[in-house]
Design a protein around this ligand. Structure first.
Ligand code: C2E
Ligand code: CA
Ligand code: CA
Ligand code: CA
Length: 279
């Protein structure tokens, strides 16, 4: 019976390698993740320099799968993008995030920025403006407190469309930031063309700061570039006090990273923030 079971299985997926089969299984589970309530949000504080005032948080998605355990977004986001599942998942994230943000404002937390990641797939192929308008209207979350993070690749692929989308979001009062800045191999021309609020320096650049001269020089260059263009600049992946000290001296506007806090579930985030407010 055992060997027949195995035969039957290989009959279903005759030409898939182990890796491809794993992917297939993961996608099948992901397809049910929303309905099974396996997805959740965590919140990583964003801190303003030099005073280290908390301005809000970046929303990050977590998946605890009944079949596969905790799966990293680094693994399941690309899968969701390839399969189109990112559209319902991304919509779920935005609606949930705005609802949570509204709750916090009602509780009196001075939340200025709730940053939500938008996949390039959502940004380019779907009516993201309608989605954002709907999420804001349903939740009552204020547009001016919402920040959308997109990678530079999303901006340079369909320029005309990106221009219209960004203009519509800007008219609504929503801010847009460039995520993973410096890793997208794109020209910098788009920085002039679009109304972008913030540059987020990718955490790979922070690893050599402040010890490596070349990397520190790169980060200083991005700070100067962003500031010349009137943008806010945030450094991601700050893990050490020496990095923070260097960033303060370099004039960085905001930071995010394990030194301040790991991403936290909603309840823990409120407790962390409340404790900090009363310090
Ligand atoms: P990202 O948008 O660049 O998010 C920052 C990632 O860096 C997060 O990983 C965060 O936990 C991690 N991180 C923050 N501070 C530090 C630090 O000090 N050191 C180190 N080593 N890492 C730090 P996470 O949560 O695993 O997310 C990975 C990526 O998955 C995100 O990168 C983003 O591209 C994607 N992602 C996560 N949630 C969503 C979502 O809701 N929608 C979309 N479209 N993508 C998402
Ligand atoms: Ca991000
Ligand atoms: Ca990033
Ligand atoms: Ca990243």
């Amino acid at each position: 019976a055992k060997s027949r079971g195995r035969n039957r299985y290989s009959h279903y997926l005759p030409c898939l390698t182990t890796a491809a089969r794993e992917r297939f299984e993961l996608e099948r589970s992901l397809r049910r993740a929303i309905a099974q309530e396996e997805l959740s949000l965590v919140f990583q504080p964003l801190v303003e320099l030099p005073a280290q005032r908390v301005v809000g948080a970046e929303v990050l998605l977590r998946w605890h799968s009944a079949e596969h355990g905790d799966v990293s977004p680094v693994r399941f986001i690309p899968l969701a993008e390839d399969s189109g599942l990112i559209v319902p998942i991304g919509a779920w994230v935005l609606h949930q995030a705005c609802r949570q943000g509204r709750l916090w404002l009602d509780q009196g937390l001075p939340l200025e920025t709730l940053a939500v990641n938008l996949s390039p797939v959502q940004f380019m192929h779907h009516d993201v403006v309608a989605l954002v308008r709907e999420a804001l209207a349903h939740s009552g979350f204020p547009a001016h407190a919402l920040e959308l993070e997109i990678t530079e690749g999303a901006l340079v692929q369909q320029v005309a469309r990106a221009t219209d989308t960004l203009k519509a979001l800007c008219d609504m009062g929503v801010r847009v930031s460039v995520d993973d800045f410096g890793t997208g191999y794109s020209s910098l021309a788009y920085l002039r063309r679009f109304a972008l609020h913030k540059l987020k320096i990718d955490r790979s650049f922070m690893q050599g700061v402040p010890v490596e001269r070349a990397e520190s020089g790169l980060v200083q260059g991005i700070l100067d570039l962003g500031h010349k263009l009137g943008m806010c600049v945030l450094a991601e992946g700050v893990e050490q006090q020496a990095q923070l000290d260097w960033l303060v001296a370099a004039g960085c506007d905001q930071i995010q990273g394990y030194l301040i806090s790991r991403p936290l579930p909603a309840q823990d985030y409120v407790e962390w923030w409340t404790a900090r407010l009363s310090e």
